[in-house]
Design a protein around this ligand. Sequence first.
Ligand code: ADP
Length: 270
Amino acid sequence: MRPLNAQLPDTNATGGVYYKETGRETEVFRHCFREKLPLLLKGPTGTGKSRYVEFMAAELQLPFLTVACHEETSTVDLLGRYIVKGDTTEWIDGPLTQAVRQGGIIYLDEIAEARPDVLVAIHSLTDHRRMLFLDRHHEVLRAPDDFMLVASFNPGYQRGYKELKPSTRQRFVTLSFDYPGQSIEAEILYGETEIDRAIANKLVGFAARVRGMAELGLAETASTRLLVDAAKLIHSGMPPRLSCTVAIAETLTDDPEVRQSLVDLINMTF
Ligand code: ADP
């Protein structure tokens, strides 16, 4: 059988979407797609999960829909609803129904945050049936071959994030995302912003120190996303210290002492 990752170089910019591979995740995606297995991405915010799915959709030339789930997200939001039009009602597909009808990749970001009925509604889509039951519309849809469900969650059990039940977890193949190694992270900063490589290295060195400082008590630490933001500001001509203060220190904390510790570290770095 043809190796699925054969045509993928290490670093890719597909359809205008840049993604730097950090492990073997593109290979995993291709096999899951081929075998019609749903995929769950777990890891902290800002580690490239959304970018990865967007990139894979472009790479596979498939339509791509994202739903950012939150505590109010219900099946109605995902499946669809009737709306009143004059003196009749009209059914409007939700994004999940749309994706099942047309094929392609749907990404349910932070799925654990959604209401429990959402997890029940996707059960039949995540097993061999690959069916979606639109009870309100008296319709049953079977997903086409090129439909794939991808979801993400942040397993931050100490920080008040919601958990996913084992019975839901076991319906997905799972890929773990984390902060990349320093050379890969510097490469990402360069790929995203074309920032000077020496500054990219300083930024990732700074982030590595912050991530190692558990005593700061940060709810979430310096992510690749924040480094990219700082790198963009620096690249646009802002001084590095100011860029890192507003893009990283102020974003991570409102505690004056913790903020000062971060600013001190920024000043030591630049
Ligand atoms: P998540 O979905 O995990 O919260 P995102 O996919 O939104 O994170 O990533 C945040 C930002 O970090 C992206 O917009 C991109 O600039 C950058 N990024 C992180 N990882 C990568 C990667 N491997 N390749 C390219 N960009 C990345």
